[in-house]
Write a protein that binds this ligand. Sequence first.
Ligand code: ATP
Ligand code: MG
Length: 566
Amino acid sequence: MSTEESPSATPPTNFIREIIDADNVSGKFDRRVHTRFPPEPNGYLHIGHAKSICLNFGLALKYGGQCNLRFDDTNPTKEDVEYVDSIQEDVRWLGFQWDNLFYASDYFETIYQYAERLIEKGLAYVDSCSTEEIRQMRGTLTQPGTPGPYRDRPIAENQDLFRRMRAGEFPDGTHVLRAKIDLAHTNMNMRDPLLYRIRHAEHHRTGNKWCIYPLYDFTHGYSDSIERVTHSICTLEFENHRPLYDWLIDVLDLYHPQQIEFARLNLTHMMMSKRKLLELVETGSVSGWDDPRMPTLAGIRRRGYTPEAMRAFCEEIGVTKFNSLTEIVVLENAVRADLNKRSNRVMAVINPIKVVLENYPEGQVEELEAVNNPEDPSAGTRLVPFSRELYIERDDFMEAPPKQFFRLAPGREVRLRWGYLITCQSVVKDPVTGEILELRCTYDPLTRGGNAPDGRKVKSTIHWVSAPHAVEAEVRLYDHLFEIANVADIPENEDWKKYLNPKSLVVVPAAKLERSLANAKPGDRCQFERLGYFCVDKLSTPDKLVFNRTVTLKDDWAKLQKKQGG
Ligand code: ATP
Ligand code: MG
């Protein structure tokens, strides 16, 4: 967990630490801290889950406690081993190791026994009404519910029916087990909530052993209790489930963890619902769960985000009780800050135009020394070949530049990074289309390294790649997957997929990279000077290199240009 904070920064808020500190003073839970991260294995984890992971595992680390990874696998039809595996990989990738690995399905027998006890105490009954009838009889926020015909079934009858439900005597939907609490309760969750339903479905772990499955609310608190969790941390939507959480544990006089709710993470331009992310995968809107545009941890990992950046981000946003929308730039800045320290700089041209240096000797090649990372002297230097024919970005040249443009133009001199000062002499155009094919330039041999002995100034420095030495690669440039900022606010009945950004992926088939990248391996990271941080895609091969843009550079370059008047 990243605990370093610069002394000047205000420490991020985390009200849960304050609760734990108070509990440790009062001696509640015998000063133990035992948390859990409880995903349902019905999809890949996303950045929102990272907040919960960093919080739960981070608290365990901070207080010398434990954190369990528990799969909340009570819904057999939506869950899959693929997700169980990916979730473990993602938690490890974030840098955490669970103390115990549990599955809620391991507790099915115990939880069944708890249900038997509730029935025995007259606190649960088998209801044979349909789902629709049950829904109607629950009342509304302003009207109390009405008891159905089965609410006062004798205990013995409930026991008999419930056992026969377990034995598989009834088809799906014919009976449910409900708690008998209070149909007039102001909290709808307390109006005789469902505890068990019949589902003749195979479970990814228990197979066909069960045909009745406990509902989430019924399972969750008991799982926490069985594991002797101290602080059961969940998102704010569960605040009004807490009375039920407490009731279920108290009526059976079980060990009682404390449920604490915090605000979930919402990020602009990011969809944070596993159900909808699954839909994107299934409809082919993205290439898979690990498409680099996805907010999944698998996606951002493939894109080049680092676990260090994710942990720093989660620390920075803090933990509060108020729902809010975090700007995606906060996340991107955390990634930039981390990559800035660790990435070597290289040169790559993604929209090339050829430059021919007319006065540079044919066949001559010079090896110029380039600094790998100005942020990290230990990263050393490398040699970059320089020759008569180069590529520069098409955008770095304008035939008729406006006043504010200080890069290459006819008659204009610029600096080539680590190289020479060059001046554009003329332009070669396609006689038919008028497209600029080539720039004819001259170089000043006295300016190797980038400075003129006479002290004359040039206003702009541009990157380049030696044409005969260039390595070709596919480069994938990403933009937000969703055009609108507040994705979470799209109404449920709207076609949310219409807000997908059609330009979220731009593929550059043949970018020109400097020679040093010829042997780049999947997962390697670097900064293409002026263009952003990049990472070699997991499916890249030496024959077909593929780079993903992780994030653009902070607009340092624009600022620098401005300062220099360019
Ligand atoms: P989704 O709606 O994406 O399926 P979920 O809450 O149903 O999310 P779970 O597998 O139940 O997914 O989540 C595991 C844990 O992660 C829960 O404790 C949940 O509160 C937490 N979590 C999920 N989404 C977020 C989020 N956006 N911010 C913070 N925590 C989250
Ligand atoms: Mg959930």
